[in-house]
Design a protein around this ligand. Structure first.
Ligand code: HH2
Length: 272
């Protein structure tokens, strides 16, 4: 449990991301940031050119391509795995041609089901995240009878679809989509019972970094949510998550290394 965890550093090439919008819109700044995250311990860089924060306006394909292409080219030699955070096949394809080996789809193959065949064709990994609606509408009074079992059923269905499209199960990663069409209690129940998502049998990605429920609980602005980010990532590790998507790589990587060693009761933790 908690073995072989990997930190995914976030590179947002956007003017409007909720916590770092505009900071890395210049490709040179995004590339420098990516190098820094790898030096801090990121094994994966997740590069995105469209914000998915609640209420974000959609971005057209040409704009998204213009943002991400130079960043993929500039980060080709970091040694980290490159991930493309998009719902658009043309954007995913351009990233794959420039070294991306993970396609991260926050729509869970709802917007463009053909992303699964694209990943299969290129031998890429595919992260399927649960969300409802789209970023403009998803936080309008989301309702579930049992959020954990409904998210689990969605992810199982999407996994079956991805496998039918030719992506081997071991290349599929699942993500409950913290903050995507979820109230604060939905987020907390998904984290509390994350082992039920892990039980599906795929690696699980978790993304809580700086999200608003952390600010609500702790009474913190978006730039002061590292404590909450660490707490939730450590608890997700304990429940079996494998990939941790964060902005603040160095402190989260330290926390996860210590937590993993503690779970193992030894250091280095056994890696079988
Ligand atoms: N969260 C965000 C974006 N992409 N991908 C996965 N797999 N899981 C997540 O939880 C997730 C994600 C939102 O965070 P961020 O990229 O910081 O903000 P924005 O969407 O505003 O660019």
């Amino acid at each position: 449990m908690g073995l072989m965890h990997r930190v995914m550093g976030i590179v947002n090439v956007t003017p409007d991301s909720f916590s770092d919008g505009g900071a890395f819109l210049d490709p040179r700044a995004a590339i420098a940031h990516g190098y820094r995250l790898v030096a801090e311990g990121a094994a994966i860089l997740d590069i995105g050119g469209e914000s998915t924060r609640p209420g974000a306006a959609p971005v057209d394909e040409a704009t998204e391509l213009r943002r991400i292409v130079p960043v993929f080219e500039g980060l080709a030699d970091t040694g980290a795995q490159l991930s493309i955070d998009t719902v658009k096949p043309a954007v995913a394809r351009a990233a794959i041609e420039r070294g991306a080996t993970l396609v991260n789809d926050v729509s869970g193959l709802r917007r463009a089901p053909e992303l699964a065949a694209l990943a299969a064709e290129h031998g890429c990994e595919l992260c399927v995240m649960h969300s409802i609606g789209d970023p403009l509408t998803m936080q309008r009074d989301p309702h579930y009878d049992d959020v954990v079992s409904e998210v689990k059923a969605f992810l199982e269905d999407r996994l079956a679809f991805a496998v039918a499209e030719g992506v081997p199960q071991e290349r599929v990663l699942l993500d409950p989509g913290i903050g995507f069409g979820k109230t604060i209690d939905h987020n907390l129940q998904l984290l509390q019972r994350l082992d039920e998502i892990v039980a599906i049998g795929c690696r699980v990605v978790i993304g809580t970094s700086r999200k608003s429920f952390l600010g609500t609980i702790a009474g913190r602005d978006v730039d002061q949510r590292l404590g909450g980010t660490i707490a939730t990532n450590v608890m997700a590790l304990e429940r079996g998550s494998s990939v941790f998507r964060v902005h603040d790589v160095a402190p989260v990587a330290d926390a996860l290394a210590v937590a993993a060693a503690t779970l193992a009761g030894r250091w280095p933790p056994t890696t079988t």
